[in-house]
Design a protein around this ligand. Structure first.
Ligand SMILES: Cc1cc2nc3c(=O)[nH]c(=O)nc-3n(C[C@H](O)[C@H](O)[C@H](O)COP(=O)(O)OP(=O)(O)OC[C@H]3O[C@@H](n4cnc5c(N)ncnc54)[C@H](O)[C@@H]3O)c2cc1C
Length: 379
């Protein structure tokens, strides 16, 4: 398989890279401290079309290929996971189900405003009692005439506190069954409220929230797809999101390698640049090798998706490998910086904290291994 990029793809990457490096990265300390992304950065991201990459052109998006979305997310990862998370929750898991199984009226109602970033979306599956075992969610949806009543609690929902539209997975069948359904919930619907914003150690700027549904009234026309067929939509959503997580990991690794090589050339100890010591060179070599391998796995998985030949285990391999590679690369980058890497003002310490989430969300490393293992045993 050949991953030579076209001039259009290189220019797409260059535009996002310049925005991230020149506009976002210098403001990450402020974003982390305030847990807020400045409005002008959101406007600039919207002007670049970043909110519309997964939305069909007829609704105002650019509907990039899976591969090109990976390239965009790779560049977003260069500033870590705080700002990038805000774009990712919206263009990845937040819009996937609406784009793939929404009817034309639902799409017409929401997608044009989502493409411009005016309406930002989030995806709510996880609950206090149901994380990796997402099929055991207990948030229920009971039909009553022309509406459903939703009851339950979701938590750890990226951007859930500020989203203008939530794709919510709820149980319409009996406990223990996989009869789930997916609903589009607007925060103004009666019976919905945001609970606590949950403080995290990293990916700051795009807080996670608890969402509470108390006889939340959702019109029947806001059900996505058929009743009881939501499990497939939920797993498909996660499968589409995973290559984008992998891509952000690769971008973060690349940035860390740049920072580390610059530092290794500049920092002198024992009368010479630390980059002249083999111990440092070996770390840099392993960082680059793992990043390159993660890139190939991710590009391969995205290419197969574009060709309609997506392999869930290939997607899991890419997510598993890229997130573990980032953990390694962030650890080495911090080591190369010595004490300065441990200071809060050094961006490497931010990447080190942010890296930790990528082995947890959109399926932990253990769940990726289960998917790969089961595929192997199925033969
Ligand atoms: C910052 C952040 C953002 C998030 N954003 C969203 C979001 O936008 N929407 C959303 O719906 N959710 C979101 N989540 C939730 C996230 O997807 C879950 O945290 C994740 O799926 C793990 O679930 P859990 O935390 O309940 O851990 P658990 O499932 O309780 O797992 C605990 C440990 O047990 C392991 N484990 C569990 N089952 C097995 C098994 N069968 N075999 C081996 N090991 C196992 C896990 O790998 C883990 O190590 C977010 C979480 C965080 C922290």
């Amino acid at each position: 398989m050949n991953f030579e990029l076209t001039s259009e793809q290189l220019s797409l990457m260059d535009n996002v890279k310049r925005f991230v490096d020149e506009r976002v990265d210098p403001r990450m300390r402020e974003i982390e401290k305030t847990q807020h992304i400045p409005d002008e950065l959101i406007r600039e991201a919207a002007a670049l079309g970043l909110f519309g990459v997964s939305i069909p052109e007829e609704y105002g998006g650019s509907n990039l290929s899976r591969f090109d979305r990976v390239l965009v997310h790779q560049m977003l990862g260069r500033s870590g996971f705080g700002f990038a998370g805000a774009i990712a929750a919206h263009t990845g898991i937040g819009s996937e189900a609406l784009v793939t199984i929404g009817d034309s009226e639902q799409k017409r109602r929401y997608l044009p405003r989502m493409a411009t970033g005016e309406l930002r979306a989030a995806f709510a599956l996880t609950e206090p009692g149901a994380g990796s075992d997402a099929g055991s969610i207990t948030t229920s949806a009971r039909r009553q005439g022309e509406r459903y009543l939703l009851n339950g609690v979701k938590h750890y929902i990226s951007g859930g506190g500020s989203a203008g539209l939530l794709t919510v997975v709820a149980r319409t069948g009996s406990a223990g069954s996989k009869e789930l359904s997916v609903f589009l919930v607007e925060p103004g619907f009666r019976g919905f409220r945001v609970g606590r914003l949950q403080e995290t150690m990293g990916a700051l700027g795009h807080p996670i929230a608890e969402l509470i549904f108390e006889d939340c009234e959702v019109p029947v026309e806001n059900r996505l797809g058929e009743e009881g067929k939501g499990w497939r939509a939920a797993t498909q959503t996660l499968m589409e999101g995973r290559p984008l997580v992998s891509a952000r990991c690769i971008g973060a690794c690349e940035r860390l390698i740049e920072i580390s090589t610059d530092y290794a050339r500049m920092r002198k100890q024992f009368g010479r640049a630390i980059g002249e010591f083999q111990g440092i060179q070996f770390m840099l070599a392993d960082m680059a090798t793992r990043t390159e391998a993660a890139r190939w796995l991710t590009y391969h998985a995205a290419t197969l998706s574009d060709e309609g030949r997506a392999r869930p285990e290939g997607i899991s391999m890419a997510k598993l490998f890229a997130s573990e590679a980032l953990a390694f690369v962030a650890d080495c980058a911090l080591q190369i910086q010595g004490g300065s890497g441990f200071t809060a003002e050094n961006p490497v310490s931010r990447f080190y904290r942010d890296a930790r989430i990528t082995r947890i969300y959109e399926g932990t490393s253990e769940i990726q291994r289960l998917i790969i293992g089961r595929a192997l045993l199925r033969g």
